[in-house]
Design a protein around this ligand. Sequence first.
Ligand code: NAI
Length: 211
Amino acid sequence: MKSEISMAVIRRLPRYYRYLGELLDEGVAKISSKELSNLMKVTASQIRQDLNNFGGFGQQGYGYNVEYLYLEIGKILGLNKINNMILIGAGNLGQALANYPAFRKRGFNLIGIFDKNPKIIGLQIGGLEVLDVDKLEQFIKQNEVDIAILTIPKNGTLEIATLLTNWGIKGLWNFSPTDLFIPNVQIENVNLSQSLMTLAYQIHNKNSSNS
Ligand code: NAI
């Protein structure tokens, strides 16, 4: 594998993974880049270029072996390992994420939920008891935690994120409405409003392209 793969390619891999997973479920054993291209609405040359970053996986005249490609992309994305997660902020969004079963299916294992509100601490959400955020450091020391999901308001997010980083968390999935930039930790800042604003642009600018 090349050492430096652009983030643009990495960001496209989960989509390949999802489509290939669906093909596997349908019992499809092999697929050409042309067929995958029609399905995913990206060019066949883009698919070939993207997958060439990892040695190609395809065979001339045969196409791609769906299961092999699915498993290899899974390995590249780190989905062949269990990723233990904790969630901080068990409000509307936090509860919705904690109750969503599909993450576990992909090996993202929620093992702890934390909040600071005494009315929420002690509730059972997604099969876990919500713990007091004061217990966070102890919990992280006693359990192997890879990712922290932040579903708390903007206020206090940087402080918690910095503490989590100092305690050895490797990744922050940040839904709090403030973009985080902290060294020594991987961060995905997620913002649904941005996606909605893009949609607003598209419906109000009829000439805009969909890609
Ligand atoms: P909410 O008010 O229902 O839940 C927030 C929870 O965080 C509460 O239970 C509160 O007690 C807890 N909390 C606050 N500070 C805390 C701290 N320091 N430690 C531990 N727990 C703490 O709010 P909701 O609707 O769940 O939204 C959460 C945040 O996510 C909001 O800031 C909202 O703006 C944002 N949001 C972001 C979206 C995105 O696309 N990034 C989409 C929707 C909401």
